[in-house]
Ligand binder design. Structure first.
Ligand code: SPV
Ligand code: MG
Length: 431
């Protein structure tokens, strides 16, 4: 019998999958691959049920000879192990980012005379509804909240991008790039105090109040499913912070990061150029403890941000604080620096990791931006936050357009660099 292979990246079975199996049986024995969690996450389909359940789902299909584990989007390993005569797939992989995967599979098969079979993709109402329901499920608070902790165990480094509106949320949610068959996308979103304030034309001094910050979270949540890390500034008064924790947790936010400053907070990138006061270790630990005490699930994280390097208090102070904050119950440590050279950040991470192997480390490489994600991961960093790049790219583009319209007294000159109207009106999906 010939071997026919297909791979499913799904939590549920619908008529489209069953149709592929039905077609596959016509060509020989059917082998079905199930993508691992790691591969699925990378590919843009965060699992809502665990791997074992997905394997069992496929085992339950009549006429499947073997269920296999596929741990990469590309088919290299499968082809090497199984030598299928055919790989069968919905024809939707002939275009878009999946085309690279198809091309790769075609090349692998061609080496020994194997063939691809493209089955017309099932575009039925049922399939559409099933897909939409899966995505909707991921946006629910109980799924979204725990997703950051899940990602911390699935990803070498959790890639996080700043969002401050529904539109930036959509960019974080939907941007996927394909590079030589590898897929990349952001894992999580950062609701930055700097960019949330900037979008409102306000300074980053805890002036934009929590009600407004929560409104931003809500706008983002309405159109996304990815987990949210909230920039909680100083956390405010401890008596207020406990309420913030409760609200964020209830909304489905995964983590809040609070920084060890007190009084009028200014943005860290000002460093010592402005008056900023670091909180005492005792007082900040009290705030962390109070927050941890009121949270209701195990999934919410309170991450302590250390400003010692920003305020030139030295490495020893930063490390002492990290130890104390972890002791007080912090679920992670964010270490910040405004130096161009990542040396002090890496020195902190190396020393911290030697004595603490498990507490997640977070960094925000806005100034030390030459460092790559792989280098950070090699020094024990678990979450990287690109904290302001979307805002900083949009502002000059908008300003230039405004200037040019004023200059030419019409909009024709700017049109070539704008998103076509057709595209912008179809950017937002309608229910
Ligand atoms: C923010 O994005 O608001 C931050 C990071 O707090 S930084 O601006 O670098 O302080
Ligand atoms: Mg901030």
């Amino acid at each position: 019998m010939k071997k026919v292979y297909t791979c499913f990246c799904t939590d549920i079975l619908h008529e489209g999958h069953l149709n592929i199996i039905h077609e596959a049986k016509k060509y020989g024995d059917v082998y079905v691959g199930v993508l691992t969690d790691e591969a699925m996450v990378r590919f843009d389909r965060f699992p809502t049920v665990d791997f074992e359940t997905r394997m069992a789902l496929i085992r339950g299909i009549e006429g499947v000879k073997e269920v296999c584990v596929q741990d990469e989007i590309l088919y290299d390993k499968v082809v090497q192990r199984l030598h299928p005569d055919y790989i069968i797939h919905g024809d939707n992989w002939r275009t878009g980012p999946m085309k690279a995967v198809r091309d790769n599979a075609e090349k692998l098969l061609a080496a020994y005379g194997g063939k691809i079979i493209d089955v017309p993709y099932t575009y039925s109402e049922n399939v559409k509804r099933a897909d939409a329901q899966l995505r909707e499920k991921l946006s629910m608070p109980e799924y979204r909240r725990k997703r950051l902790k899940q990602l911390l165990s699935l990803r070498p480094i959790v890639k996080t991008i700043e969002v401050h509106s529904g539109l930036t949320g959509l960019i974080a949610e939907k941007t996927v790039v394909e590079n030589n068959g590898e897929f990349d996308q952001f894992d999580a979103m950062w609701v930055s105090s700097l960019c949330d304030s900037t979008a409102k034309g306000k300074p980053d001094i805890e002036l934009v109040d929590m009600t407004s910050r929560f409104r931003t979270i809500d706008d983002v949540m309405e159109v996304t499913t990815k987990p949210i890390i909230f920039d909680g500034d100083t956390g405010g008064l401890t008596e207020h912070f406990v309420y913030t924790v409760r609200s964020l947790e209830r909304m489905g936010v995964s983590a809040v990061i609070i920084e060890d400053k007190t009084g009028l907070k200014k943005n860290s990138l000002f460093g010592t150029e402005v008056e900023q006061t670091q909180d005492s270790i005792e007082h900040f630990c009290e705030k962390i403890r109070a927050g941890k005490k009121v949270q209701l699930t195990d999934n919410f994280m309170i991450i302590a941000r250390i400003e010692s390097l920003i305020l030139d208090r030295g490495m020893e102070d930063a490390l002492t604080r990290a130890r104390a904050y972890v002791q007080a119950g912090a679920d992670g440590i964010m270490i910040h620096s405004r130096k161009k050279d990542p040396a002090e950040i890496l020195a902190f991470c190396d020393t911290f990791r030697k004595e603490n192997t498990h507490t997640p480390l977070v960094v925000v490489p806005s100034s030390f931006n030459s460092i790559t994600e792989a280098e950070l991961a090699a020094h024990g960093v678990n979450i990287v936050i690109y904290a302001n790049q979307l805002t900083r790219s949009a502002f000059p583009a908008m300003e230039q357009t405004a200037k040019d319209i004023l200059k030419y007294h019409r909009a024709q000159e700017v049109d070539a660099r704008l998103m076509p109207i057709k595209q912008i009106i179809s950017l937002i999906e309608e229910l």
